[in-house]
Structures are given as C-alpha cells and as structure tokens.
Unconditional design. Structure first.
Length: 374
C-alpha cells in the first residue's frame, strides 16, 4: 500500500513538473520557487472543490468568486503573509500570483471587506478542515503509519478571554473529623467525574468535541527550562505521522489540558490512517488513555509523569529509541508558526482561528507529501 501511495504521489509530481509548470510558464511568464510551491499545493488540495457557490440561487448581488478567494487564502498561508491587506497588495503587483489564484486583472481582485466576509463563510462551512481531511483520505488512507505523535502548541490570539463563572452549587455540610462512631452512617463523599471518564461513555466523536471548551482564555504551561509560561488564546492539538505529515487537528481553549483531547483526537486519526504506535509526552500519562490506545490496537508509548522520587518507571531500550520519533510533532508545531502563519492570528473566535491555522496545516501537509516522493 505504501508503494502504491508513493507511486501515486510521484505520478502527480511528475505530471506537475513536466506538464503543468511548462504550460503555466509559457502562459503566465517565469515562475519563481514560491509560485511553483503554491501551484503544487493548490493542485494537491483543490480547495475550490470544498467551496459552496451561491450565484443564481439567492436574490441580490452575486457573491464574488469564492474559489479565487479560497485559493488566495492558501497563497497567504504559503507565502507566510501576516494580513489580508498584504495579500491584496501582493496580488495587485504580482501578475503571476494573481492569475494562479484565478484573477485575470488587478481590477478583479475583491476588496478587503469581501475577503473578510468570504473568510467568515469559509470558517462556518469548515472549508479548510474538509479540504485537509480530503487530502489525507486521498494520499494517506492506504499508508501504514508507524508512529503517530500527539502534541499541542500554544496559539496566542488578539481577543478578550472569557471570565469563568464561579460554581454556585450549595456547599455540602462538613463531616466530623475522625473515624465514624459505632453505628454511625456517613454519606459518601462526592467524586466529580473527569472529562476523560465522560468521553469513554460517549457515543460519537462529535459529542466529545462539543464537550471540549473552545472559548478564548488563559493557558499556562511549564517550558523545557522549568519556567511557567502563560498566554491568552487557544491550544492546537495535532496528530503527526512519520514524515512530519499532520493527520488531524483539534482547537480548544488555552486552559484545556492535553490529556482531555487525546481520546477524540485518536478516534479522528483512526478514521483517516492505520497506525501502530501512539507517542505522547508526560501530560498524557493516564491509565485510561493507555487502555483506550490498547482498545484501538495501538501500542501507547507515553512518557511517565513521575510525581515522587519513588516512581522509577521508564522506557525499555527499544521503546526509548522509538519514542525519539516524537520529535516530528515538535517540528510541525514550530514550522506552522514560523513558516505558515501560525504566529499571525488576526481573527477572533474559535471557528475563524481554526480556519486560519488549518490553511497553514494544509500548506505544510502538501509540502511534506511532495517531500516524501523526492
């Protein structure tokens, strides 16, 4: 299956190099390396197939070309442009880029507010998420993935964080201290059910995702040097396959613990690829998560959260060697932020932020798929 998949990608890449690039160079002019990378991404993704067209079915002025705007947003992520204004200015002066996106003349480029309205509609329709899922289904579904690395990354946003309501439940009467007297019956202590326990009882991934918090708030983590770092915004959880290929993503509030997303994320990835090992850091150290991975037929390699000096758990030599493959998750997180717009969040709301991030994930995935063929 892996050989067949690589042959399919190689055939696609050869077709683009030998047929599409020469024809476009003759039609549009000389193509830079940025233009070639964008053309390859657009041909792999075909994001216009995920866009709904409304011309002729509703009263009023016809909507601007949504397919061209969607392709332009892919160009924005591929070129690592921080704002839509920069994208429009680039389209006006770069004739080749403009025609690649589908705009014949500079006058055909929509105004900034039209891009904004289209982006909102794309976010509501989950265009980028559906395009990424379709690309994974086409080029990765028949691949046997050795290691699936799971991790999250902080996403800073420019919006106000929510104010969490304090619990207003009536306080329970305090129980007397010490052992109960002979014949005394005390009510059992109330134990709150964790989100992971609730997820194991849910019937669908959609129900699990609905239960996760998605509003902007403040998150805190400890960095590699032991310092506490806080940020306001969100947290993007990614499953990464060997070859640094993102398979599935979930966006939550910044304060959401990584372990609460492990089960729904693993179920999404299971529907898209076949994998053998689940690699996770110590934040996912939970017996319930280990049992869930085992129920999926996976081997869970989760780092140990040693809470006391007496905890001497550790990987066996062959497990420690496999666990090093988890560095692919770190590379995807850093490349998303450094090269595909992950640091430039200029939109508000979970749906729009997810749309922006998934555009970068799409470009990163396309680049890694092509890298696997060369």
């Amino acid at each position: 299956m892996a050989i067949q998949l690589k042959a399919t990608l190689s055939q696609f890449w050869n077709s683009v190099q030998t047929n599409l690039f020469p024809w476009l160079a003759e039609e549009l002019g000389p193509l830079s390396e940025e233009h070639r990378k964008l053309i390859t991404t657009l041909e792999l993704v075909r994001i216009e197939d995920c866009v709904q067209y409304y011309q002729g079915i509703a009263p009023g002025r016809p909507a601007a070309c949504r397919g061209g705007i969607a392709r332009a947003y892919i160009a924005k992520a591929s070129l690592n442009l921080s704002t839509t204004r920069q994208l429009i200015d680039r389209l006006k002066v770069d004739k080749v880029l403009r025609r690649i996106c589908g705009f014949e003349r500079a006058a055909d480029i929509p105004e900034e507010w039209t891009f904004s309205r289209a982006f909102k509609q794309f976010a509501t329709d989950q265009v980028s998420e559906r395009a990424h899922a379709a690309m994974i289904a086409k080029y990765q579904s028949e691949r046997l993935v050795g290691h699936l690395s799971r991790d999250s990354t902080a996403i800073e946003a420019r919006e106000k964080s929510i104010v969490k309501d304090k619990k207003t439940e009536p306080a329970l009467p305090k129980q007397p201290r010490g052992r109960p007297k002979k014949g005394e019956v005390r009510p059992p202590k109330k134990v709150d059910e964790s989100r992971i326990e609730r997820q194991l009882k849910m019937n669908s991934v959609a129900e699990m995702l609905t239960d996760l918090p998605k509003a902007c708030d403040v998150g805190t983590k400890v960095d590699s040097k032991g310092n506490k770092v806080s940020w306001r915004g969100y947290k993007l959880h990614i499953d990464t396959a060997d070859g640094d290929v993102p398979i599935s993503c979930v966006l939550t509030s910044a304060s959401t613990h990584d372990s609460q997303v492990a089960i729904p994320l693993s179920l999404i990835s299971k529907e898209r690829v076949i994998s053998c090992y689940d690699l996770m850091d110590a934040a996912y150290d939970s017996g319930l998560i280990r049992l869930h991975c085992h129920s999926l037929g996976h081997v869970a390699l989760i780092d140990f959260n040693r809470r006391s000096p007496k905890d001497t758990r550790g990987f066996r030599p062959h497990e420690a060697k496999r666990y090093k493959e988890r560095s692919s998750a770190e590379r995807v997180n850093s490349r998303l932020k450094d090269s595909f717009g992950g640091r430039f969040i200029r939109v508000r709301g979970c749906a729009k932020v997810m749309m922006h991030l998934m555009l970068g994930i799409i470009c990163l995935t396309a680049e890694q798929l092509i890298a696997c063929t060369t």
